[in-house]
Every structure is written in C-alpha cells, then in structure tokens.
Design a protein around this ligand. Structure first.
Ligand code: ZN
Length: 328
C-alpha cells in the first residue's frame, strides 16, 4: 500500500489533535447514574462525565475504589445529590484531594422528612412530626450539613419529582458554568431544554395519574424511594425497608405490609432495579398479588435497558405504575 504524503500528514495531524481536544473537556464526576445523565445532558460535548455508581447500582451502600478517588482528584466538578444520600462522599473527597467545584444537586429543595417511625426503627424515635406537604422547590436556601453521614431523618430521593429535577438541572448549570465560564451560555441553553422536557413530563404525569381513582393509587415497593413522586401525583407508596437500603426490613415490617395489602386491596407490587427481589417475592406469594415489574428508583438502566436516561426513567416508571393501577 502506497500512502500519499498528504494522507500521512493528515493522519499525523489527527493523532496530534485528538489528545489536545480531549484534554479541553471539563472533567466531571457524578456520584450516581441519574446525576451523571443530567451532567451529560447539560454539559454536552464540553464535558467528560464519570459516574461513580453506575446503572442498577446502589448509591446508599456504595464503597468507592482507589480508582474512583484518583478520578475525583483529577476532576474539575463533582456533582452529588446531598441530603445524606452519599454517606461515603465526604471521606472520598478528602482522600482524593479534590479541589474543584462541588455541586450539591438538591440544594434549594426542601427535603421531605423520613416517615419510617411507624415501622419501628428505634433509631428514629421522636421524629413523628413527619412532613407530608411537598414544599415548592427553590425557596429554601438553608444547607443540609446537619444531614451528612448516615442520618436518615430526611428522604434523599428528591430527583423522583420532575419539578425537583429542574432544580437539579439549574444547580448543575451553575456548577459547570462556575468551573467553565467560557461555555456558560451553552450550559444555560442545554439546561433550559432539559428543564422544559421535565416540565412537560410533570404535566403529563399529573394528568394521567389524576384519571386513576384514588383508591387504586397505592403501590408497594421494596425501599421507600418514591416519597417525592408520591407527593407530586397523589400516590400512596408502602415499603418494608426504610428510606435507605442500608436497613433491612424486620419481620414485623413485612407482616404489617402483608396485612395492609390484604386490607386495602392493593394490586400494584413493584420490585426495584437496585434491590434484592426476594423480599418482594415473599410478599407476592403471601398476598397472591402479582409483581408488576421493576421500577427505577436510585439508578438508571444500562444503555440498552428501558430507563437509560433520567427522562426515560420517568416514562418507564409511570407506564408501569399506570398499567398496574388500571389493570388490578
Ligand atoms: Zn434509595
């Protein structure tokens, strides 16, 4: 094969150009797949996103590896949920030597209180002032430092309400723009597009769930990840594990839920992509209620699955929930 000098020159230019171009991308680390997708959507071609807890992974119980620490040390931006979800993040930041822009994606959202005391978790006694009202996002500037570590007195799953997702998007836009002001206009425009899509999904889900009779809007899942979703669409979720997958359901919790399913004729029973299905299988056997599939709670699916993006997660979960409520 003869190669023309021009081709050789072009190939050399490509080899030289590629690393330079890659190095210009803003290195972003996101703690879990939902935040990774938001960061990728907002950042577009300007960012290179690494997600610590990948598809189908559990951010509550994650154990970072030395390569995670190395990646974070080299990153310009860290996107974390906050609200005590990532109990491991403080130590990872320290170990990594990370000096970049730290984005708390849920900042500005008033957290829901954890409603686990009925289930008999001794550690949470005294919290029976559970807050049922959903606060509007954006009002409340106080920080959540008190909830760092393993405190579960707030529910961290705020991303499950698409209106809160808009707050997440705005916080990511602000963080990327602070780290990379030259592309701030692009981040703002891409953020507005994603926010408009989240607002459209919210309007559609409100209309669809409103058509389901209230008595049918009851769902059993394995851990309590859907408090914000429930508040947004008037659905009652019942879960044997608390708000974190770190705690295991007690026999009394499971018995209580089985009694409730029978007494209230609950027809929708769902596994989650991040949790062991055995407990749900047991509940299904003892109540003769069929499991309606898996909901995506704390992680997206792999790219070829049904919920590979934050937007598709809402669409997938809503379709599965509506089918179970309407079919039961
Ligand atoms: Zn969770």
């Amino acid at each position: 094969m003869k190669s023309s000098p021009w081709l050789i020159a072009a190939a050399l230019a490509l080899v030289v150009a590629l690393p330079a171009e890659a190095a210009e991308k803003l290195k972003v680390v996101a703690t879990f797949s939902i935040l990774g997708d938001i960061a990728s959507e907002v950042g577009g071609d300007h960012v290179e996103v690494r997600t610590l807890v990948g598809p189908d992974g559990d951010a509550h119980t994650f154990e970072p590896s030395p390569s995670d620490a190395k990646a974070l040390g080299a990153a310009a931006v860290l996107v974390e949920n906050g609200m005590g979800l990532e109990g491991w993040i403080g130590r990872l930041v320290t170990v990594s030597g990370f000096k970049g822009e730290r984005v708390e994606a849920s900042k500005g959202i008033k957290p829901l209180a954890w409603k686990g005391e009925e289930a008999g978790h001794d550690a949470h006694e005294g919290h029976d002032h559970a807050e049922k009202d959903h606060a509007e996002a954006g009002h409340d500037g106080h920080d959540h430092d008190a909830h760092e570590g393993h405190s579960h007195d707030v529910d961290p799953h705020a991303w499950q309400d698409p209106k809160n997702g808009i707050v997440y998007v705005n916080n990511v836009v602000a963080g990327l723009s602070a780290a990379d002001p030259a592309n701030a206009g692009d981040y703002k425009a891409r953020g507005e597009t994603l926010s408009a899509e989240l607002a459209a999904i919210d309007a559609r889900l409100k209309a669809e769930f409103a058509k389901v009779p209230e008595a049918k809007r009851k769902i059993v899942t394995s851990h309590d990840a859907f408090g914000y979703f429930a508040n947004a669409y008037g659905i009652q979720f019942v879960a044997p594990e608390g708000v974190s997958t770190e705690s295991e359901a007690s026999a009394a919790d499971v018995a209580r839920i089985i009694r409730q399913i029978k007494a209230e004729n609950i027809t929708a029973l769902f596994a989650e992509n991040i949790t062991d299905p055995r407990l749900l299988n047991q509940i299904a056997r003892e109540t003769n209620v069929k499991i309606g599939g898996a909901l995506y709670s704390d992680a997206l699916s792999p790219p070829d699955g049904p919920a590979p993006t934050y937007l598709r997660m809402f669409e997938n979960n809503a379709a599965a929930l509506l089918a179970a409520m309407n079919g039961g």
